[in-house]
Design a protein around this ligand. Structure first.
Ligand SMILES: [Zn+2]
Ligand SMILES: [Zn+2]
Ligand SMILES: [Zn+2]
Length: 200
């Protein structure tokens, strides 16, 4: 456990484990073999994994949470990963939040605005993300977290309030970060998801 709180296998080198050129200060808590990487490498490595949780080394043995959005990860919907869109449309207010099984993530996403593009809602659903509203969506939940709550509510009788606030604590257990409360949006998505599952 202590090993996972520190630099692990990256001792004694300060270099990025991927490129070996820049200083490695970022560590992913969800990658299989976490090693210290530089900002560019950690963003590149997470183009397919936008819901991983990353930490930055601020002192010799002290790490703190940082979001992939702050590091520069941009998600382009409607195209394959790595492909660029001719008419990207930034999410409303650049204030997009994704609720997942491990945490709540602020995410920088761009919708596809090409002539044959699907609606914004369809683009989100194609990614497995369920939007909280049908116009200018700013909050989504992954199908995974909705399915997890669906099953947990049967087996453990956990309430949506307890489940949602557990996710808030998993994201930041200090309570120092001020989050916009997404509980109402989460409840709306849960109700719609359950209704659609019933109709399926
Ligand atoms: Zn690097
Ligand atoms: Zn990762
Ligand atoms: Zn496009």
């Amino acid at each position: 456990m202590l090993r996972h709180d520190g630099r692990g296998d990256s001792l004694p080198s300060d270099k990025c484990s991927s490129c070996g050129m820049n200083v490695g200060v970022y560590c992913c808590k969800d990658c299989f073999s976490p090693k210290l990487s530089c900002q560019m490498c950690v963003v590149d490595a997470h183009a397919h994994l936008p819901v991983h949780r990353v930490e930055v080394k601020v002192e010799w043995h002290l790490f703190q949470n940082v979001t992939l959005k702050d590091l520069g990860l941009r998600i382009q919907l409607g195209h394959d990963v790595g492909e660029s869109c001719l008419l990207p449309i930034r999410a409303f207010n650049n204030d997009f939040v994704l609720i997942d099984t491990q945490a709540i993530h602020p995410i920088a996403i761009y919708f596809c605005g090409c002539t044959k593009a699907q609606s914004h809602i369809q683009q989100l659903l194609c990614m497995g993300w369920f939007p909280a509203t049908t116009s200018d969506p700013k909050t989504t939940a992954t199908f995974g977290v909705l399915r997890q709550f669906h099953i947990l509510s049967f087996e453990s009788k956990v309430s949506a309030y307890e489940f949602y606030h557990s996710l808030v604590r998993l994201t930041d257990n200090t309570g120092l970060l001020k989050w916009k409360d997404q509980y109402e949006a989460f409840m709306r998505m849960v109700h719609e998801f359950r209704h659609l599952k019933m109709l399926k």
